[in-house]
Design a protein around this ligand. Sequence first.
Ligand code: ADP
Length: 479
Amino acid sequence: MTKLNLIGGQWTAGTSAKANTNPSDISDVIGEFADADQTLVDQAVAAARDGQTAWQAMGIQARCDVLDRVGNTILARKDELGELLAREEGKILPEATGEVVRAGQIFKFFAGEVLRQSGELTDSVRPGIEVSVTRHAVGVVALITPWNFPIAIPAWKIAPALAWGNAVILKPAELVPGSAHALAEILVEAGLPDGAFNLVMGPGSVIGQALSDHAGVDSISFTGSVGTGQKVAQAALASGKKFQLEMGGKNPLVVLDDANLDLAVECAANGAFYSTGQRCTASSRLVVTDGIHDAFVEALAERTRTLRVGPALAPDSQVGPVIDRAQLEKNLSYIEIAKAEGASLAAGGNTVACETEGFFLQPALFCETDNAMRINQEEVFGPVASVIRVKDFEDALSIANDTGFGLSSGIMTGSLKYATEFRRRAEAGMVMVNAPTAGVDYHVPFGGMKGSSYGPREQGALAREFYSTVRTGYVNWAA
Ligand code: ADP
């Protein structure tokens, strides 16, 4: 049975539907999912307007309770949702289940945030007048999400949006509607009023663009590629809405001579290749000083060659498939570009045959690369990493910062001086010491500098900066 859009509390068919296939086994169809169209987007916006009023009127205890129920349900159903996620996205089952747990925890965190209301009451500079500063819902919020975290990214946008009393319209990525649809069912069951949460599925160029252009949407939060982010920004500006963008990364992991070699190799393999390298925080540039360079490359190449690539649900798989054929071809073309630029392939980079037909790629490690190469400047978004040899800390820091992105940045060192200096001078929104560049907490801000992000941070208490607006009130009490 086709899974439908959710508009104003009604499950609604579209004009067409698409099959959702498993990248570990292309003969496995997870389901058919309805596409929305412009008319349904208009209906969703109108329904959200009414839903927002109803949701806001329920008050903060009811909002807290609903979000808490959503979190509890996700956690109780983690195994089943994790399997669905692994099937549609391709990350291995432990990673997929971990992502589901994170989504549950996010809802529970924002359930608590609903009650942590605060404001200011102060004197005016004019005698006899009192001033209040309070936070309020923005209104109707559209959320556009990518395929690499099919439940966690929707969760970290939906939960704060609802916590602050907004209504939501979610447009999930075309490749992973299953987790978003399951989340929509959980939200409905938890007791949201009709229209407070709406799901519109379908192609980004149509549905995502329609939401970005829509005058009835008050603000839009987007995670995806730089090019699409620019389109969303232009449309948001033209239609006068607030916007927030999370885009790519080209995250460096610096390895200094005094690093613990085993830990450095583990953090590099994890950061570069886990989740099939399909994380915006992936360590795609490994910036390594001369003294440890050769030992590091040798050990990481061995680790890369022996990573077991296989179906997401197979218990011995360590790296799942790439999301789809187009992304696999993109990865392979970057591998050819790197070779043509003179990089040397130290390990992997070949497709892998498994029992089922899927998009399996042995992670690729390049060495002898230069930071100016395309492989080090453009985001591949796959299990491809390159080593850049540098002479010392200053050289490493300047190469690490020499990128248009600024999401995450890491350093492996035993030196307090260099660790501290790196944390202070790295041009990135998230800085890691002796830890992978990927893998972050849910209760603190997430986001980057430079071309990686635009607007206020996501997640943690700071999420309120985007999902609420401030009202300043004046009372002439002496009147
Ligand atoms: P990727 O290349 O990783 O799929 P995209 O940036 O294209 O990244 O996709 C991220 C999200 O943006 C998806 O939900 C996609 O459907 C949506 N999208 C694609 N094109 C547009 C557009 N023109 N306007 C708004 N959203 C879009």
